[in-house]
Design a protein around this ligand. Structure first.
Ligand SMILES: [Fe+2]
Ligand SMILES: [Fe+2]
Length: 200
């Protein structure tokens, strides 16, 4: 597996090549949207720890990720500050809103946990793939290095969430569901017009 291929994490559909071009040209909008993604990633991790406080593996694996996501948020904020870009109020996250529909809400606590872990893994995987696009194609050397570090970190988070899911449901079942999720996600990505204002 080549280094670059490793960071597509099995997604069924690569991002539209127009996206990276648009994103590279709208520096402020992409930084703002990226900052909110990191903020939401930290929040998702905290919610998992609060909701599944009785599950040691969840608490111990997810807790360090809160710190990492928060450090990512701060790293993006720092670049924004240098450029005089304000965070402002949160925006509608069309991608996240749509992918929520893929995940089942009911079922027992274990199934709910696995659905939430796969939801988190999916966002990590797509983010990682977008960072890969920016690392490979951004015209500015500074940003290529900047996004490389995020790509590596989010790949680690993706693996952790999938590993946790397999602690709570049989591996084969998790893999079957993950395949389903990836198919649905590809349809959603296909239906979203690429925009330089959105990270996803
Ligand atoms: Fe992150
Ligand atoms: Fe992450």
């Amino acid at each position: 597996m080549t280094d670059a291929k490793k960071f597509t994490l099995g997604l069924n559909l690569p991002s539209d090549p127009r996206w990276v071009d648009l994103a590279s040209k709208s520096e402020a909008e992409i930084l703002i949207d990226h900052a909110f993604c990191e903020q939401k990633a930290a929040t998702t991790c905290i919610s998992l720890i609060v909701r599944y406080a009785d599950l040691d593996d969840v608490v111990h694996e997810v807790t360090p990720v809160v710190a990492e996501e928060w450090a990512h948020f701060r790293k993006v904020l720092k670049e924004m500050q240098k450029r005089g870009i304000k965070l402002g109020l949160p925006r509608r996250d069309e991608y996240v809103n749509r992918i929520r529909s893929i995940f089942h809400k009911g079922g027992d606590r274990k199934s709910q946990l696995v659905e939430q872990l796969l939801f988190a893994a999916l966002i990590e995987a797509r983010s990682c793939e977008r960072f890969k696009q920016l690392w490979q194609n951004h015209p500015d050397r500074f940003f290529r290095d900047f996004y490389y570090d995020f790509m590596v970190s989010e790949a680690g988070h993706y693996k952790m969430f999938l590993r946790l899911a397999k602690n709570h449901l049989p591996e084969k079942e998790v893999e079957r569901r993950w395949k389903e999720v990836l198919e649905e996600e590809a349809k959603i990505v296909k239906g979203l017009e690429p925009s330089g204002n959105r990270f996803h």
